[in-house]
Design a protein around this ligand. Structure first.
Ligand code: DC
Length: 222
């Protein structure tokens, strides 16, 4: 067990701060980071670019299966239309199954010789890595998450309207939490961090404190 890679799972809704936290923890521990939402976004981008019928589940699953690491660097992945399509295609069981192996392989063989992996998403602690060493569930109110997303979009030079971002996020929350397969929910053994009123440093400090307390429990496995 001593040589086994360490896995940190981070789940939570859109705009809760998973990405920022994942990057800080990855830097701190020297772990590889996979934002699993990018896999669903890359699949969605193929649907949009190749004009695949958004209801053609087998065709979309085939596109998902063909995703490679280089696809995850496309700047268009971060746009709202792609995010909304990602939320739609992520409800398809065949698409989720097609992306499972990529995620598990990343966790068991972190790239670049890293000694551990951090995966962030919606179902990492519950389905993808149920045996993760540490599970974090990061959340925040809808209003706070919408404001953060609005700032992120505007900082990137995109035109964004507060009401639209809020409504898109509400619809995305509803889809992500009510879908039949792997809905967004905290694992029973996840540590919950409510990021309303916390800045990125505060979230990192809360997460790091927990990770360190866990690693004492698990005898310095991290
Ligand atoms: O985290 P994100 O906004 O980049 O994710 C885009 C969509 O992908 C999100 O609405 C739901 C889906 N997703 C998922 O179903 N499971 C994951 N592990 C990650 C993302």
């Amino acid at each position: 067990m001593s040589d086994a890679p360490r896995v940190i799972a981070i789940d939570g809704p859109a705009g809760a701060g998973k990405g920022t936290l994942g990057r800080s923890l990855a830097r701190h521990f020297g772990f590889a980071l996979l934002e699993t939402g990018l896999l669903y976004r890359a699949t969605a981008l193929r649907v949009l670019r190749d004009a695949i019928d958004p209801s053609d589940q087998p065709a979309i699953a085939k596109a998902a299966k063909a995703i490679e690491p280089a696809d995850l660097a496309d700047p268009d992945l971060r746009t709202e239309p792609v995010g909304n399509m990602a939320s739609r295609v992520s409800a398809y069981p065949e698409v989720r199954a097609a992306l499972l192996e990529y995620q598990r392989n990343f966790a068991s063989h972190p790239p670049g010789g890293a000694k551990g992996a951090i995966l962030d998403g919606r179902d990492i602690g519950t389905r993808i890595c149920p045996d993760a060493d540490v599970k974090l569930f990061v959340t925040a109110s809808l209003e706070v998450r919408a404001l953060r997303r609005l700032k992120e979009l505007r900082d990137r030079g995109e035109k964004a309207i507060h009401g639209h971002v809020l409504e898109d996020m509400r619809a995305r929350d509803a889809r992500d939490t009510t879908r039949a397969l792997a809905p967004l929910e905290p694992a029973a053994d996840a540590f919950l961090i409510d990021t309303d009123g916390l800045d990125a440093d505060g979230v990192f400090a809360a997460a790091l404190g927990y990770v360190q307390s866990r690693s004492e429990v698990t005898r310095s496995r991290l």
